[in-house]
Design a protein. Structure first.
Lengths: 310, 259
């Protein structure tokens, strides 16, 4: 999947303003960004649902504008909402999609059985989808995208609104299909989701790429590790902040102060002895990698829109 | 082309399964016309006059068929607008299925559904004393005219359904209700005040209903206006005009989704 200088205008606003993307086959690219950054627009263009106002894009070896029908045979789209048909049973849902992808009735039924097995839905195959749990519906929705074993899968916020256990189930399925060779473009507001699934992360802001790299790479761009000190008494927070230096971040609710550090062990030693010298008794001192939340904040200047985390 | 047929059947089957499994919706749709037949036919019926004379129930039934058909536009709007809202339409568009199949499937399902409604209403009418008097062939022709109008309304419903959100589609009742009453459905236009009479006479629904009365041999046929005199012609033409307007509009609107 390859896109260059994508531009898309809605009325006067450029939803995409020179967006570039390159995703090697068989990898997962996580598209991150606040609401309105252009994530969904980018996905819709690559899935041939929206026309371009500028730039060009190739998906699965075909141009999304000139060869849209060829692209459609190779991609599957899983939107923010579930397109599962509540009244049909799980198996009927899958057969319907099989038929719409032009399998014969017998092929569609056979493929439906395979998918139900793979996605752990065999026991619920004959039940109407409205009796499914949230995670089961999501898996059924995913399964319906896999009827044709697409070479590219677009997942637009696949776990929005799911509880942690169900999110875990969906992640497992996504990892499984990637292992079978599918390329995935995933948009999400959950940073831990991108951290879990993506080989490569693209952070979008106002229609452009704000930063990109591997999850690890992005984290180390931020000055690498952070040191965190938790105290028992809120009155000691300013003292600790003073020790950690001018860029220390104070979280009064968690009784915690944190700061980026260059040299892990030296910093730990220095902070421990400085705190001892000032008579501060720390509840906990720890070194850790930055979270993607912090990366996001540093790159875009604001937090990820959704604060919900698993 | 072969795929267009398969695709439309798959889409139609989905809707038909919905109706079979959730008969509550079908009953809800049927309850209104059946209750109306009872209220207007048996309760108000004795106080109603048919212009030119004749039994009111005989006059009413073709009007009820017409109103039921006209309400069908709301059913189409709802389904189309819900599919668009839930992202089902997007998935159809991102799949290799034929785009004709989506609408053709919708037409098949809606026509089957409306035929069922006509059947139930017919039985209901026969029970309370309505009948057709000019032979079975003419009666079937009359039903064909109703379904021709319904087909035209599928296209109107597809266009409007793509235009509005499901909530608005639900509210379309408020407009449909008076539109189906400012017609010859329940009362002869001749008994209405001047301006309303003109509206009622030229209402496309009136043409189909008047043509059906003629074909059924029911009373209330005729009138001075050109529209009333040529109801059979108009009953064929009006739906054709709707198709000519809303077919291209729907196709454009569908393409517009990718703007």
């Amino acid at each position: 999947m390859h896109a260059e200088g994508l531009r898309k205008r809605f009325d006067r606003n450029w939803a995409l303003d020179g967006f570039d993307l390159s995703v090697p086959a068989g990898t997962v690219c996580g598209l991150l960004g606040p609401n309105g950054a252009g994530k969904t627009t980018a996905v819709r263009i690559l899935a041939t649902l929206l026309r371009l106002d500028g730039g060009r894009a190739e998906v699965a070896g075909h141009d999304v504008v000139r060869e849209a029908p060829a692209v459609r045979r190779q991609v599957a789209l899983n939107g923010q909402q579930s397109t599962v048909d509540d009244v049909l049973t799980g198996k009927e849902n899958l057969i319907m999609w099989g038929r719409l992808y032009h399998l014969s009735q017998r092929q569609a039924a056979a493929r439906a059985d395979e998918l139900l097995e793979q996605f752990g839905l065999t026991d619920a195959a004959g039940k109407r989808a409205k009796h499914y749990s949230g995670g089961m519906r999501r898996r059924l929705d995913l399964a319906s995208s896999f009827v044709m074993r697409p070479s590219v899968l677009f997942l637009d916020e696949p776990t929005t609104g799911l509880d942690p256990r169900n999110r875990g189930e969906v992640w497992r399925e996504v990892k499984r299909v990637v292992a079978e060779g599918t390329t995935v473009l995933l948009t999400t507001q959950y940073l831990d989701e991108a951290d879990q699934l993506a080989d490569q992360i693209v952070v979008m802001d106002t229609g452009r790429v704000a930063a990109q790299g591997t999850p690890e790479g992005l984290k180390s761009q931020l000055g690498g590790d952070r040191i965190e000190v938790v105290v028992r008494d809120a009155g000691e927070l300013p003292v600790v902040a003073d020790v950690l230096g001018p860029h220390a971040e104070v979280d009064p609710d968690a009784f915690r102060v944190s700061a980026a550090v260059a040299d892990r062990v030296a910093a730990l030693t220095r902070v421990t002895s400085a705190l001892a010298a000032k008579g501060v008794e720390a509840e906990d001192i720890a070194l850790r990698r930055p979270t993607l939340d912090e990366v996001f904040l540093a790159i875009t200047g604001h937090r990820a829109t959704s604060e919900v985390r698993a | 082309m072969r795929y267009a047929v398969v695709d439309s059947w798959v889409v139609a089957k989905r809707d038909l399964i919905h109706w079979v499994r959730e008969p509550v919706r079908v009953f809800a749709n049927l309850a209104y016309p059946v209750i109306s037949v009872l209220i207007f036919g048996l309760v108000f019926g004795s106080a109603m006059n048919v212009f030119g004379g004749g039994d009111y129930i005989e006059f009413l039934m073709p009007g009820m068929f017409g109103q039921t058909i006209a309400f069908g536009v709301a059913t189409t709007m709802m389904t189309v607008s819900m599919d668009a809202d839930r992202g089902v339409t997007d998935r159809f568009r991102a799949s290799p299925m034929s785009q004709t199949g989506v609408v053709a499937g919708r037409s098949i399902a809606d026509l089957v559904n409306s035929s069922l409604e006509l059947l139930v209403l017919t039985l209901c009418g026969l029970v309370i004393g309505w009948s057709f008097h000019d032979g079975l062939l003419n009666a079937l022709l009359a039903f064909a005219l109703f379904l021709w109008l319904r087909f035209a309304l599928v296209w109107m419903g597809v266009y409007l359904g793509l235009l509005v959100k499901p909530e608005a589609a639900q509210a379309s009742w408020m407009f449909l209700f008076p539109l189906t009453m400012f017609a010859n459905t329940f009362v002869s236009p001749e008994l209405m005040p001047g301006w309303l009479r003109v509206v009622a006479e030229w209402n496309p629904l009136s043409s189909t209903v008047a043509a059906a009365r003629e074909l059924f041999g029911n009373p209330g046929v005729g009138g001075d206006s050109w529209a009333a005199q040529n109801s059979l012609l108009l009953a064929v033409l009006w739906p054709a005009v709707f198709v000519a307007i809303f077919w291209p509009l729907s196709v454009l609107k569908y393409r517009d989704l990718s703007r």
